[in-house]
Design a binder for this molecule. Structure first.
Ligand code: FE
Ligand code: FE
Ligand code: ZN
Length: 301
């Protein structure tokens, strides 16, 4: 059997460099991982420690993590769909692509952004324009546009919109897609029939463009446009539908990344404990654990 390429969002701390992220991924039993090169909600970034990156890559090799499956997520505050952010967005993205290349990572996930009142067509035009200014023949990273839930004025909520963006970009061989299960369900796609969803993706965008999958359950029903992730098997998508995505034979070589919510501490009610070790175990065993939340609390407490 092919090795399952599965991991989660892990932290990246400047003082530990990539080593800390790799150690965290290993502690959850992962074969890949995703990280932000700084805080997800801001664009402050520190220089990358080459020596630590080298050591991290050695540690990955020893633990069967292939660098080509590792993913960086661009900060979600940059908004390529908003014309007012255009110059900042382009300069930040160019720097971020350089940083990603320094790590040797080849996948950068990007939210297409929100049109914030300008309208869908105008927003898409802005995204295309930002990507045309950002990508060139020397770009060594696949920028993976993420499928979005449609919260507020988010774009990239349908395969057609993503296709329109891809078609408008000159160096679109550098553009790929990251499919987020929570987002597509919230956007209206029916994960009870994932084969049909995948066929639609193939017909509109082409399966060869799919480069990353975010595996999340959803707190809300199909078409809700809410974007609130739920732990694996505890949401409206459900365990068996998520297993159908994870073990789909057409997606064997694509990294699958969990972005499920941390479990809250029972006393403080704050999000405190990472669920990934237990969720990944469930996925590997193909067996739902309904005590997931309790088990996570007991393990870390
Ligand atoms: Fe995302
Ligand atoms: Fe996501
Ligand atoms: Zn989300």
């Amino acid at each position: 059997m092919d090795k399952l390429i599965i991991g989660s969002h892990v932290s990246y701390k400047t003082d530990e460099g990539l080593i800390g992220s790799v150690k965290e991924a290993i502690s959850y039993g992962e074969t890949t991982f995703m990280f932000y090169t700084g805080a997800p909600q801001n664009t402050n970034r520190s220089p990358i420690d080459k020596d630590k990156t080298k050591k991290a890559i050695e540690l990955m090799k020893e633990n069967n993590i292939d660098l080509k499956n590792v993913v960086v997520h661009a900060p979600y505050i940059i908004n390529p769909a908003n014309y007012n952010n255009r110059d900042f967005c382009i300069s930040f993205l160019k720097q971020e692509i350089k940083r990603v290349e320094e790590f040797g990572v080849t996948k950068l996930v990007l939210h297409p952004g929100s049109h914030v009142g300008a309208g869908i067509e105008e927003g898409i035009k802005n995204i295309i324009s930002v990507l045309n200014e950002t990508l060139d023949a020397s770009t060594n990273v696949d920028v993976c546009l993420e499928t979005m839930a449609g919260k507020g004025s988010e774009l990239g909520t349908s395969f057609e919109q993503l296709k329109q963006i891809i078609d408008g970009v000159k160096y679109n061989d550098k553009l790929k897609v990251c499919l987020d299960t929570c987002h597509i369900s919230d956007a209206g796609y029916d994960l009870n029939d994932f084969d049909q969803v995948l066929n639609e993706f193939d017909n509109i965008i082409g399966l060869q463009k799919l480069a990353c999958i975010h595996v999340n359950d959803s707190k809300n029903i199909k078409g809700s446009h809410k974007d609130r992730h739920e732990n694996i098997g505890l949401g409206t998508i459900g365990f068996s539908n998520l297993l159908n995505v994870i073990y789909n034979e057409k997606l064997v070589n694509i990294p699958k990344i969990l972005e499920t919510p941390y479990v809250t501490d029972i006393d403080t009610n704050k999000r405190a404990y990472p669920p990934f070790k237990f969720e990944i175990n469930m996925i590997k065993e193909k067996k739902m654990n309904y005590d997931l939340v309790e088990d996570v609390r007991n393990y870390y407490n």
